[in-house]
Write a protein that binds this ligand. Structure first.
Ligand code: SF4
Ligand code: SF4
Length: 257
């Protein structure tokens, strides 16, 4: 166990390796699921709601809070702790994580952190990994040695990274076209398109595919394909951000369906 009290963030060189193991036998089992401040990405919300058999709106109402990020001006959705005093994750059971198969990307990534950078000229993304060594975590004492790529594969992170990188594209469009906070109606619409995907799907019935332009292909797939639905939501947000009057409409959508 680490003896120093402050967490340490250690860059991992390309091809670098780290030793780690987490299992029900460690003395600190479940310690990292307390004192929670868990932000969820749109793909996290999709996976968790599907895993729990809830509509996205029901999941969002029961388990999350939404605020506007001071940096991005975009909605930020986070898990509401089950036990307010200990700030315990609502999905934590004595036996472990109740939603393990669909746990959020940050839970899968720990003890790593993934930093992504976009090249301003080519638009290409590059990633690097950092190791977060926290004093309460005994997982570093034993365990197999792996590279970050091996950890990513083992934790099933590839689809999370793909969808989270798509979200970065939305954030980049937002920062370019609409810096600063969005007016509440637009922020509510952005939140609904990114997170309340079942509501978005419900609304497809009233749309005319001939009016959809580049979204037409996604529109057809989104009726049955959840990933296409998520991509449609992201494209809609980009389109909304490109409209100079977005947010001045009266149709504010701040509540989940
Ligand atoms: S989702 Fe699971 S792994 Fe993540 S904090 Fe909650 S209980 Fe822990
Ligand atoms: S604190 Fe570390 S070793 Fe303990 S349960 Fe959490 S991740 Fe596993």
């Amino acid at each position: 166990m680490e003896t120093d009290q402050a967490p340490r963030i250690i860059p991992i060189a390309v091809g670098g390796r780290f030793a780690f193991d987490c299992n029900p036998g460690v003395a600190c089992f479940n310690a990292c699921c307390r004192d929670l401040s868990q932000v969820l990405t749109p793909y996290d919300v999709l996976r968790l709601s599907r895993g729990l058999g809830l509509r996205t709106g029901e999941f969002l109402r029961r388990h999350t809070a939404c605020r506007i990020g001071p940096g991005s001006g975009l909605p930020v959705v986070s898990l509401v702790p089950g036990d307010p005093a200990e700030r315990t994750c609502p999905f934590l059971l004595p036996s472990g994580c109740r939603v393990y198969c669909d746990r959020p990307s940050s839970c899968r990534t720990y003890p790593l952190m993934r930093a992504v950078r976009r090249d301003r000229v080519t638009g290409r993304l590059s990633e690097e990994f950092l190791l977060l060594r926290e004093p309460h975590c005994g997982g570093f004492e034993t365990g197999p040695v792996r590279t970050p790529a091996e950890w990513v594969a083992e934790q099933g992170l590839a689809p999370y990274h793909a969808e989270n990188d798509r979200l970065l594209e939305v954030i980049s469009v937002k920062n370019r076209l609409r810096p600063g906070p969005l007016p509440p109606p637009a922020a509510g619409e952005v939140a609904a398109c990114l997170y309340d995907l079942d509501r978005l799907r419900d609304g497809l019935d009233g749309s005319d595919p001939r009016q959809l332009g580049p979204e037409a292909e996604l529109f057809a797939a989104a009726r049955t394909d959840d990933l296409a639905l998520l991509h449609l939501g992201m494209e809609r947000v980009k389109r909304l951000l490109a409209q100079p009057n977005a947010g001045r409409a009266t149709q504010g959508e701040t509540a989940w369906s």
